[in-house]
Design a protein around this ligand. Structure first.
Ligand code: NZQ
Ligand code: ZN
Length: 387
């Protein structure tokens, strides 16, 4: 196992009673801003429930945060926070709203141009407003991590920042708040969480059996509950398992002390920035191609994945790996996520634009992935394999 430091300050309240327990953990006298997205929480009554649970506090609201939250919109929230002297943020929505609230929390105290938060990947953040997250979509794990992904619409740039200061102090996880999700978003969430595990698991062995078995457990649970989550959207137990798996997939635990890849995510972010594909849909396209192009580099872990997740014990090692990759693709397709760029009407012209965007984001000589092997040339091979 590699040396590591593990930090996670988020307190979790989980279950049907979570909302009613939240009040005891919000500071008395807090001036609260509830941030939300395009209006699903208004239409389905979740916003009213949260407001009722916070009876007695001064509450302001800020809606309209888009999927792939924009810098431009979030700066309006920063102004509101300053005008109203807000002291506590509550993010009520999917990963986009939670990520957006993290940006607002940091930008309010940031000295200098707030876009620099993204350009310096969060390294210069000194302080942030306290933030609670109430996820309505199990997917990103943002409710229990210090990561945020923000889009600057005018530059078509989607960038990541991380900071210990923006971990939510509280995550309120009530699976019933997700019952209104359309099937497309449930499927997206399953694939996003599954790929989060793979980005931290499918690298190379470092003798870390605790992390491996945790990761394999999460993958198996996601496979086990996927169909039920789509067929029975109000099945509490299935949704609760999905929700907890998605949170644990990206709260730092399984990635501690092991190498991490993230190159599929970074290429995927450019696909969203340029062509608007949902985040999880970019992963369903890029990840299978990434794994097949880097099959020999990842051989040992791919074989372990084939055996332990897909129960493939016969045939040559390469045959088992190939089968595991085709099962992975089939899993994404069964959930309704396409696995080819051409399924989105994108061809070779898009590849050149995506490669230019990657250079813009990471410099000409970038080298992504756990062994820094994903250069521009390799990214081209992956994108060609994903056509
Ligand atoms: O905006 P509203 O009206 O609320 O509708 C949303 C949105 O249209 C809808 N939705 C959410 N909860 C609902 C609901 N509709 C009905 N009922 C509910 N209960 O779902 C749509 C998508 O929401 P969004 O927040 O965009 O989805 P998701 O949670 O998948 O978040 C995606 C964003 O997170 C980033 C992605 O890049 C993307 O910007 N990520 C954040 C990460 C992190 N912070 O650690 C890691 C991830 O890898 C990812 O990059
Ligand atoms: Zn993701």
């Amino acid at each position: 196992m590699m040396d590591f430091s593990f930090f996670n300050p988020t307190r979790v309240l989980f279950g049907r009673t979570a909302l009613s327990q939240m009040t005891a953990l919000v500071p008395a006298g807090a001036r609260i801003l509830i941030l939300y997205g395009g209006g699903s929480v208004v239409r389905n009554g979740t916003l009213a429930r949260v407001q009722a649970a916070l009876d007695g506090y001064e509450i302001h609201e800020f809606g309209g945060i888009e999927p792939n939250p924009s810098f431009e919109k979030l700066m309006e929230a920063v102004t509101l926070v300053r005008e109203q002297d807000i002291s506590f943020l509550i993010a009520l929505g999917g990963g986009s709203v939670i990520d957006g609230a993290k940006f607002v929390a940091a930008a309010v105290y940031y000295d200098g141009d707030p876009w620099d938060i993204l350009l310096t990947r969060g390294n210069r953040i000194q302080a942030a407003l306290p933030l609670a997250a109430i996820p309505t979509l199990p997917a990103t794990g943002s409710e229990m991590n210090g990561t945020s992904v923000i889009t600057r619409t005018e530059f078509s740039a989607k960038r990541v920042f991380k900071s210990e200061h923006v971990f939510p102090v509280l995550a309120v996880l009530d699976p019933t708040l997700t019952f209104t999700l359309p099937p497309r978003q449930v499927a997206n969430g399953i694939v996003d969480a599954f790929v989060h595990v793979l980005e931290q698991y499918l690298t190379y062995p470092v003798d870390a059996p605790v992390q491996d078995r945790f990761a394999e457990g999460l993958l198996r649970v996601l496979l086990d509950v996927a169909d039920k989550n789509l067929a029975e959207p109000e099945n509490y137990d299935a949704r609760a398992s999905l929700m907890w798996a998605a949170t644990l997939a990206l709260n730092g635990l399984i990635g501690s002390g092991v190498p991490q890849d993230w190159s599929s995510h970074l290429i995927g972010h450019e696909l969203t920035a340029l062509y608007g594909l949902d985040h999880a849909r970019t992963l369903a396209v890029i990840l299978p191609a990434m794994l097949s192009v880097r099959k020999s580099e990842k051989h040992a872990k791919l074989l372990q994945y084939a055996e332990r997740i897909w129960n493939l014990h016969t045939g040559s090692e390469n045959e088992r790996i190939d089968k595991a990759l085709s099962h992975t693709r089939a899993f994404f397709s069964r959930l309704g996520l396409e696995t080819g760029l051409s399924d989105y009407g994108l061809g070779r012209n898009a590849i050149d634009s995506l490669l230019a965007s990657l250079r813009q984001a990471h410099g000409n000589d970038y080298a992504l992935g756990e062994k820094q092997t994903v250069s521009s040339e390799l990214a081209r091979a992956v994108l060609e394999a994903s056509l």
